[in-house]
Write a protein that binds this ligand. Structure first.
Ligand code: ADP
Ligand code: MG
Length: 250
């Protein structure tokens, strides 16, 4: 589904992503691991259109999407999650979900003023979708809570919820497990699996929690120093010499 071909990204003299090639297969939950500074987040940001690469190509379903804006990629069904921005911590959980589609379609007040009937119908559809998403994430009881009052793990669920508002096909998650307690981690991984199996979402997940990766991801890709070191099942990756060297060597 996503094909990364020979991507290079430099920051000044530093080569953060160094001729990196990999694939995220349709319908998979692909894991991306590697020591700090391996270039994982930079690669994600390049795939999602936030960073322009210095070389190489990104293909989405065979179509060259290199350098497209995040907005264009979102329309094509590719999204990455983000921490809830500061402004949104003072809005409720429900509101955080409801503003996603309007934000993404670049809709403005002028539209609502020109076609009030349509705006009303749109709002109802968005509200219905938001309630579905809350139900799926088991966050319904928190819908009127301010996003800023959620726990770390609940915020992560809401971040995923925001991507679900517009029915994406492929979701990039950068360290969804960071700072999340065990109980919510279980729920998070359940939600990811359900969306994958029942809704056909493809995921690519950067994560340091190897238990979470082992539980969710196949295949797993290991990066180090901007390059792909190894790819395979978690069991294969665990036994790979180059991977062990990257984590524990030198
Ligand atoms: P990872 O997510 O695997 O920990 P990153 O992609 O965040 O790695 O970083 C890869 C390398 O690029 C690191 O050496 C990091 O310091 C550097 N880097 C990342 N973003 C920037 C930036 N915006 N400006 C300069 N250097 C950066
Ligand atoms: Mg990172």
């Amino acid at each position: 589904m996503i094909e990364v071909r020979d991507i290079v990204k430099r920051f000044g003299g530093l080569v953060a992503v160094d001729h990196c090639s990999l694939e995220v297969g349709n319908g998979t939950i692909t894991g991306l691991i590697g020591p700090n500074g391996a270039g994982k987040s930079t690669l994600f940001n390049t795939i999602a259109g936030f960073i322009k690469p210095d070389g190489g190509q990104i293909l989405l379903d065979g179509e060259d999407v290199t350098g497209l804006s995040p907005h264009k990629l979102f329309e094509k069904g590719l999204v990455r999650t983000f921490q809830i921005p500061h402004e949104l911590t003072r809005m409720t959980v429900l509101e955080n979900l409801m503003i996603v589609p309007a934000n993404q379609s670049g809709e403005n007040l002028f539209n609502a003023w020109l076609r009030p009937g349509k705006a009303k119908a749109d709002e109802l559809a968005v509200r219905r979708r938001a309630n579905e998403v809350l139900e799926m994430l088991q966050l319904t009881h928190l819908r009127h809570e301010l996003a800023g009052n959620l726990s770390g793990g609940q915020k992560k669920l809401l971040e995923i919820g925001r991507t679900m508002m517009t029915e994406p096909r492929v979701v990039l998650l950068d360290e969804p497990g960071a700072g999340v307690n065990r109980t919510l981690l279980g729920k998070l991984s359940e939600v990811i699996q359900t969306l994958n199996r029942e809704r056909g979402y493809t995921f690519c997940i950067i994560e340091h929690d190897m238990d979470l990766i082992a539980q969710l991801c196949d295949p797993v890709i290991c990066m180090a120093q901007g390059k792909v070191l190894a790819q395979g099942s978690m069991d294969e990756i665990r036994r790979n010499e180059a991977v062990l060297e990257a984590y524990f060597g030198g």
